[in-house]
Structure formats: C-alpha cells, structure tokens
Design a protein around this ligand. Sequence first.
Ligand code: XIL
Length: 304
Amino acid sequence: MSFDPLGRSDAELYTQILAREFNLLTVEHVMKFAPIHPVPDRYRWQEADEIVAYAERNNMQVRGHTLVWHIELPDWVYKEECSREHMIQVMQGHIQTVVGHYRGKIMAWDVVNEAIDDNGRLRETIWLQCIGPDYIEIAFRSANETDPNALLFYNDYGGEGAGHKSDAIYSLVKNLRGRGVPIHGVGLQMHVTVSDYPNPKLVIKNMQRYAELGLVVHITEMDVAIDIPVTQDKLAKQASVYQQMLEACLSVSNCQAFVLWGFTDRQSWIPAYMKGYDSGLIFDRDYKPKPAYHALLDTLASKP
Ligand code: XIL
C-alpha cells in the first residue's frame, strides 16, 4: 500500500526529499569500519560509493563517518596481535585506504568517535589498550597526510553543553591542537530528548570556547526523541528544542553544519536503541513534515 499520493516508492521518496531539503549528508553506516573493511585484505566500496555519487549528483557535501571508533568493528580486528606497532599498522592502513579512496569527495571526516567515556576519561577501547593514548593523534595525522583538504573532526555525545564530559572533550581537543595535531573541528552529536537536552546558552558558550581555539563545530547527529506516547504537546516541545539548537548554531561564527541523524521517523535508530522512545526526527513515517520541520524552516527564513 503506497503512502504517497504520487505512488512513489519508499526509496524514491527518501532520496527525493533528502536532496530537496538538505545540502549535506553524513553516511550513517556503510563507511564505518565493519561494513567498509569486513576482512583484513578487502574493502567494500559499493554502497558508500553510491551514496557519495548520489550526493555529488545532488550538489550535496558529504561528512565521512567514522574512521576510528570502538563500535561496529569487524571481528578480525579483535583477533589481531594487540601490540602497539601492529595495531598502529592496522589503524593507519584502514585510515589511509578509506580516506585515500574518497580523497577530494569528503568535506569532513569524523576521524575519532566517542573516545571519551561518560566519566570524562579516555574510553577503554582496543585502540587505547593496544596502541596507547596517542592513537588519537596518530589517527588525525594519518587522515591529514592522506587528504590534506578534508576537515578533521573529533565527534562525541554528551559534550554539547557544560559538564565534566564536555570539559574532558575540550581538554583533549585543546591538547591536540596545542601540539600541532591536524584537528579542525569538534562534532557535537546532539542526541537528546524532549525532556533532556543541554541548555542552549551553555551550548553557545561551549561552541565559543572552541572558536577561541580556532576550531569549527558541527552539530553532527541531532535527534530529539519523544517518550511514548507521542502527543501534539510533545511534538511542539520537540520543535522548540530543534529551533533552540539551530538558533544556537546560527548565533556563533564557527558552527558550520547542522546535521540530523536521519530525517524521517520511518528510518531512525531511536526505536531500536532507545526503548520507550520514538519520533525523534522532523518528518513522520509517511514523510510528512512535522512541527519541528516548520520550526527549523522558520528559523532559517528569519536569518539574513
Ligand atoms: C548508530 C546507527 O544509527 C545505528 O543504525 C547503528 O546500528 C549503530 O550506530 N553515535 C554515532 C553513530 O556516532 O554512528 C551511531 O549510529 C549513533 C551514536
């Protein structure tokens, strides 16, 4: 049963609305380590290449996500010799091959993702355990040597506003920057809910302190999950949260991208990963714009 008066398929609707409404996309899955590098000596380019080609056809820029993370790693990485020298080879080989394959096509890479844990410490990942804390620096230098024109980001959640994790991310990035590591920006994921989101004033202050370091900020994965049942009041609150965060981004010079983690509730990670929550995006499951869509558009229309 088609939910579209024009009878378009789900894929047609998705790709048409995406190109009509957005000028930048992040590849949600197929550029991650496991999907793109499933076995040691083989890479799987097809799906990611198709998305990059789609973006180019539709004059959209692409954020590459993500080179070094502790999740969605293929099993073979865990079977490698956990020595500093060998795991640097594994990590650098992956970065150089993937960044090299897409050289000139990716505006920004999330080079390292979620390396700080919720206590504000370096997360105990295979990269930290086998290489040591300088894996982060090595990753950024490898990516920069491979594509000097791509903007290189550290990306994380929970550090959007104020707090110990935000300060830990800031300290990490300030230290990298201070040692001449080629890092250009910080990605604030902005996975929030209608009742739990950072104070926009503190988000602005956080963005401003990155500006003082000469760093760009991207809001990289925004969604505003709603605790079920979804009501009109909660949809209105959601619209307000989206609008406040866009206003915050527009109010500082170094916030240069506002990216959602999907755009339709029909394809969102929230139902599977946030039990009891739904409806976090700006189009509903039938690709109809929600109040949040109109709120964002009103904000953009009000700016010079
Ligand atoms: C999520 C995807 O949306 C899911 O489909 C996948 O199963 C797991 O990863 N932070 C990130 C994203 O940086 O890569 C994650 O995306 C969400 C949290």
